[in-house]
Design a binder for this molecule. Structure first.
Ligand code: THU
Length: 160
């Protein structure tokens, strides 16, 4: 029997203002996208902004549905939109921001499991890591270098 420790590097910024200019701009795009989320059922609004290698920023926000499972998360909307509009263009980074109409979200919101899997597909397809920047409405910003960091032992096409 072998044992292996799986760990990753997480950078923690005290606040959005501590981000470097490019990352600050990307997070600001996520914040504005968040404000247009359609989340009348959960009142939990999420915005995502993906920076592509060609300089484009593609945004997404959560789109809910009266039939709950039909809704989509912000990160999914952003990466699928990037894939549809700019097929084959590398996604360099994705910024995510979440806020709630019910309470203050003062800690970073990390993507849900399905979104980790969705982003991971793009990372595998482009064969390069996607940096993730995660924030609530206020407070610290988490940065990790790859979605694989937060989806260890991920499922991919090699199993099919
Ligand atoms: N949500 C996202 O958009 N991204 C996530 O990673 C977590 C959850 C959305 C889905 C739903 O519209 C609302 O937040 C509450 O779960």
């Amino acid at each position: 029997m072998k044992k292996m420790k799986v760990s990753f590097d997480l950078s923690i910024y005290d606040a959005i203002e501590d981000l470097q200019f490019d990352e600050l701009e990307l997070m600001n795009a996520a914040v504005s996208a968040r404000k247009n989320a359609y989340a009348p059922y959960s009142n939990f609004q999420v915005g995502a902004a993906a920076l592509l290698e060609n300089g484009e920023v593609v945004i997404g926000n959560n789109q809910e549905n009266a039939s709950f499972p039909a809704g989509l998360c912000a990160e999914g909307v952003a990466v699928f939109q990037a894939g549809a509009r700019f097929p084959g263009v590398v996604i360099k980074a994705i910024a995510i921001s979440a806020a709630s109409k019910k309470n203050k979200v003062d800690k970073p919101a990390a993507p849900c499991g399905i979104c980790r899997q969705s982003i991971s597909e793009y990372e595998n397809r482009q064969k390069s890591a996607i940096v993730l920047l995660m924030m609530g409405e206020t407070g610290e910003v988490y940065k990790c270098g790859s979605v694989a960091d937060i989806l260890p032992l991920g499922f991919d096409k090699t199993y099919l």
